[in-house]
Design a protein around this ligand. Structure first.
Ligand code: HEC
Ligand code: HEC
Ligand code: HEC
Ligand code: HEC
Ligand code: HEC
Ligand code: HEC
Length: 502
């Protein structure tokens, strides 16, 4: 018996469609086994197996019925055979029977493979590799900062795609837009923050850090180097009051008081990145006490407040850089010096590196070149002795500055510290002082406090060997490392500190 198929399937379009579908199916299978057994290919192979080839396969499959439809319509037009409006399937006709069973079998296999494939595709698009490296230039800053963050082992989707199906859909929609924007080079530089629909929410962080978990006081030890000839070291030891002093008090006091379930802090901001906060409302859900604070230096009318979105404070209002923290030069150079990557005994290295990190560059390569040339010339002109006898020390310093630059500043994407202010702290960015600046007053003149012992206690400060140390349970009055005549009491730190030394 000869194997026959319906007349309508015998046309070029269907034939080409079937060939395309079969070839791509074969390639998917082949590449899948390669990636499975040889463990090779990585990201781009995944892109081909799970996204590109299936698209080609589906296009091929669509061509089969399309070709059949076109043939039937053509025949109807020339009146070759009389055609009813819908196909008539007669299983007693061997042509129809063959066609029908091929369709049934093919569809079953296709649905089964699609289920398998979408599961794999799901995992593939959720991987850190996919998110972090596929659109290489686009995500390079986020990915690099992420790898140096405390969340380096937490997958991107754990934060950017919250629990539940609606989050999944939201993230894929905005992901699809991003792929489009990348391919057509349409994305804004720097990527605006928050990315619509992908801003992590409180539930996201609480999967791993639940607020009932008590965080005690924590000791911070910060080392600074002044921009003088000796790179004078200045250490500050702070006790951060994250929770209360005694765990039994829980969230009743301390910094995490803001996330106490009885407290709701709301605010409005005219700027997208919420750097100015002229209006704050604090609601105690247990006592129903409500206090509204207004910034007396930045007045805003009730009409304007009504026209703005009211934000409710959550983890991201303070921890907005938990995994993409682009540190300012003043900080990352201090860290590299402490780590020994930049020699501390090279005179003026702190101040001279600031000079080159303050400039705007258009590419990483030109920045690294300028840093190298600039620092070399500086020592050749000003410290001949060192330049002639200790070239290796200068080389080491240059590499140290270049490495820290590459981890924190990304000229191609216009990403640097001032593009993404960090909201924790108050020295280089307004951070906590957006509200705690001493000028946010309630009607009864109650103020959101700026008291230096509210959030932390300074337990030691000064140059090593000559440190001023507090008695147990007491705190020191802050001493500014250079003499600025107590200006820090009235002024905000950010009025002088901008990330590169003033
Ligand atoms: C610990 C949680 C966390 C993880 C893990 C994480 N992110 Fe983020 N991401 C954030 C937060 C928080 C923001 C800032 C949101 C805001 O300011 O509203 C952000 C912002 C971004 C932005 C917007 C630009 C910017 O820098 O603000 C991009 C792009 C981004 N993340 C990509 C990634 C990629 C790619 C990965 C994985 C390599 C990743 N994220 C992993 C929490 C996370
Ligand atoms: C999948 C789990 C997970 C999620 C989700 C997560 N984190 Fe973390 N987080 C961790 C782990 C693990 C650490 C490292 C703990 C350690 O070092 O002991 C950490 C550390 C931290 C730290 C301490 C950093 C330090 O300097 O030591 C902060 C702050 C933090 N996370 C905030 C957040 C915020 C804010 C979010 C929500 C955007 C978040 N985390 C989401 C797992 C997670
Ligand atoms: C009012 C600002 C603020 C809010 C809101 C806030 N935090 Fe924090 N959190 C801090 C500060 C400040 C620290 C201390 C960080 C430091 O020492 O630099 C901290 C520390 C932490 C730590 C590290 C604790 C340790 O022992 O190292 C984790 C984890 C953390 N927060 C998670 C969260 C989560 C999750 C939320 C939301 C449910 C949240 N925080 C809300 C300000 C805040
Ligand atoms: C959106 C405004 C806002 C921001 C931003 C903000 N706070 Fe607050 N904070 C408040 C308000 C309002 C109060 C309550 C003041 C009062 O007691 O009247 C408060 C109180 C506090 C308290 C005292 C809690 C207690 O009762 O023991 C601490 C500590 C604190 N904040 C730390 C911080 C830290 C640290 C940051 C930055 C990481 C920060 N806050 C950022 C609004 C804010
Ligand atoms: C609303 C809370 C809050 C208040 C009020 C506050 N600070 Fe801080 N301060 C912080 C936080 C949070 C950090 C930690 C920043 C970080 O994690 O990088 C910090 C860090 C510091 C540091 C260490 C900076 C470093 O990197 O070495 C100094 C010094 C400091 N504060 C001084 C002061 C002085 C002086 C005052 C009073 C004018 C003050 N603070 C008031 C929250 C506060
Ligand atoms: C009137 C301007 C001014 C104000 C206000 C000010 N500073 Fe400074 N600060 C300086 C100068 C100038 C230096 C030293 C030179 C330099 O770093 O360029 C300095 C250096 C420092 C250093 C060490 C330098 C480093 O880069 O590591 C720390 C820490 C510091 N200041 C903390 C603070 C804090 C915290 C506040 C707010 C409470 C503050 N400063 C307010 C001008 C100011």
């Amino acid at each position: 018996m000869k194997f026959k198929l319906p007349y309508s399937s015998q046309n070029w379009v269907s034939l080409i469609g079937a060939t395309i579908a079969l070839i791509s199916l074969f390639m998917i299978g082949f590449l899948f086994f390669i990636s499975l057994f040889l463990g090779q290919g990585g990201l781009y192979l995944g892109l081909v197996i799970y996204i590109m080839l299936p698209a080609v396969l589906i296009a091929g499959l669509i061509l089969i019925p399309l070709g059949m439809l076109l043939t039937v319509r053509k025949e109807r037009r020339i009146g070759k055979v009389e055609q009813p409006p819908w196909p008539r399937i007669d299983l007693n006709d061997s042509r129809h029977r063959n066609g029908f069973f091929i369709f049934l079998f093919g569809t079953t296999v296709f649905l089964f493979l699609s289920a398998l494939g979408s599961y794999e595709a799901f995992h593939f698009t959720e991987s850190v590799q996919f998110c972090g490296t596929l659109c290489h230039h686009l995500m390079e800053p986020e990915y690099t900062a992420y790898q140096h963050s405390p969340h380096a082992k937490v997958a991107c989707v754990e934060c950017h795609v919250g629990p539940g199906a609606d989050w999944y859909v939201r993230s894929k929609l905005s992901g699809a837009y991003q792929v489009y924007a990348t391919i057509f080079n349409k994305y804004p530089r720097p990527i605006p923050t928050p990315i619509k629909n992908l801003r992590p929410a409180r539930v996201v962080c609480e999967q791993c850090h639940w607020p009932q978990k008590f965080y005690a006081h924590k000791l911070r030890y910060e080392t600074h180097y002044l921009p003088d000839k000796e790179n004078t070291q200045w250490d500050i030891r702070l006790i951060m009051k994250i929770g209360a002093e005694h765990s039994a008090l829980g969230l009743k006091e301390g910094i995490h008081w803001h996330i106490n379930t009885n407290i709701k802090i709301q605010y409005v901001s005219p700027s997208e990145n919420v750097e100015d906060i002229p209006w704050v409302r604090s609601i105690n859900l247990a006592t129903r006490d409500t206090v509204v604070y207004r910034d007396e230096n930045n007045e805003i009318s009730d009409r304007e407040v009504d026209s703005l979105t009211i934000h409710t404070m959550d983890c991201i209002d303070c921890h907005n850089r938990p995994s993409h923290n682009y540190r300012p030069p003043a900080i990352f150079i201090n860290e590299a010096m402490t780590a020994g990557e930049i020699p501390k005994d090279l005179p003026e290295i702190k101040s001279i590196s600031m000079e080159f990190l303050d400039r705007e560059y258009s590419t990483t390569d030109s920045a690294l070149m300028s840093i190298k040339e600039g620092i070399t010339n500086f020592y050749r002109e000003n410290y001949k002795d060192i330049y002639n006898n200790k070239k290796d020390v200068i080389e080491k310093a240059i590499t140290g500055v270049q490495n820290s630059f590459s981890k924190n500043i990304f000229p191609e994407m216009r990403v640097r510290w001032d593009a993404y202010p960090n909201h924790i702290g108050h020295q280089e960015f307004k951070g906590c002082f957006r509200c705690h600046d001493g000028s946010h007053l309630a009607q009864n003149k109650q103020v959101i406090p700026k008291n230096c012992n509210l959030c932390h206690l300074i337990s030691a400060q000064g140059t090593p060997g000559k440190m001023e140390i507090a008695k147990v349970g007491e705190a020191l009055d802050f001493k500014h490392p250079v003499d600025i005549d107590e200006a820090w009491r009235e002024m905000l730190c950010t009025e002088c500190h901008t990330g590169v030394n003033p």
